[in-house]
Design a protein around this ligand. Structure first.
Ligand code: CP
Length: 301
């Protein structure tokens, strides 16, 4: 049976840990091109991407799969073809795994209802809902730096949580791995008011959120929010919520800094921190290929 990956909530502790362990094993594996030889996968992206799309393509190449790349802007989606018709047509070409990025919340799960019995769908980010492989690579990056026991970690997530699928998947993964102390910090109008933040310490004071933190996860400020009037100015946002060396002085001495990309340098993070010794940003990207190899293997298991 195909193994979809639609949300982080679909993975319990053992399933999540098994993916991280497999990703870690693949770091030291040699030639893996026989693992998915003869299988075809498609990156079906209805929104732009650099890291997720290319790292899935890299992962598929390293496993020996054939990889097809669909981009909405140059496809018949521009003529009105639906996502489901697109999927069914590519399925008919012998493709049995789809990595899907969608603008609409829940679209990947909806497509999974209509996929053929032998087809696996992987959510590569849908709306503001979920981005499970980003959370997996984030967890691998934290585990590398801080060890396998997450229970005593202090984790701060900073920025626009309201519109962030990364934050929603990270929160689910951190809870599954047993983190007790999750701090969430951002402007009041960029924090969700539903149960997304249940159990988190919510603050609008960055120094309070970073105090003794072991892990600082900052998020891309979605500039389009300025047009919605949710942000007064980029300078003001940087002053109040930007991760700078001065702000990091309040975190644990060996704290790590993470960001899913793409970066707005000088807005949510300073150059000094993004390129500094505490930054794990490019390690996240490196780990993304490994995690996505593990997820593709699981899809065909
Ligand atoms: N982190 C992330 O999803 O980046 P891309 O949008 O470039 O894929």
């Amino acid at each position: 049976m195909p193994q979809h990956l639609l949300s982080m909530q679909a993975l319990d502790f053992d399933a999540l840990t098994a993916i991280l362990d497999r990703a870690e094993a693949l770091r030291h594996a040699g030639d893996c091109r026989s693992h998915l030889s003869g299988h075809a996968v498609c990156t079906l992206f209805f929104e732009p991407s650099t890291r997720t799309r290319l790292s899935f393509q890299r992962a598929a190449q390293r496993l020996g799969a054939d990889i097809l790349n669909f981009e909405a802007a140059t496809s018949s989606a521009t003529k009105g073809e639906t996502a489901l018709d697109t999927l069914k047509n590519i399925e008919a070409m012998g493709v049995s795994a789809f990595i899907i990025r969608a603008r609409e919340d829940g679209l990947v799960a909806e497509l999974a209802q209509s996929a053929a019995p032998g087809t696996a769908l992987i959510n590569a980010g849908d709306g503001r809902s979920q981005h499970p492989t980003q959370a997996l690579l984030d967890m691998l990056t934290i585990r590398e730096a801080k060890g396998r026991d997450f229970s005593a970690l202090k984790v701060a997530i900073v920025g626009d949580i309201l519109h962030s699928r990364v934050a929603r998947s990270d929160l689910a993964a951190l809870r599954t791995l047993g983190v007790q102390d999750i701090r969430v910090c951002g402007p009041a109008n960029l924090l969700p008011s539903d149960d997304t933040l249940a159990g988190c310490h919510v603050s609008h004071d960055l120094d309070e959120a970073l105090s003794d933190a072991d892990v600082v996860m900052t998020l891309r400020l979605q500039r389009e929010r300025m047009e919605d009037g949710l942000i007064e100015s980029l300078d003001g946002y940087h002053r109040d919520y930007g991760i700078t060396a001065a702000r990091m002085a309040g975190a644990a001495r060996d704290a790590i800094v993470m960001h899913p990309g793409p970066l707005n340098r000088g807005v949510e993070i300073s150059d000094e921190v993004a390129d500094g010794p505490q930054s794990r940003i490019l390690r996240q990207v490196e780990n993304g290929v490994l995690v996505r190899m593990a997820v593709l293997e699981r899809a065909f298991a």
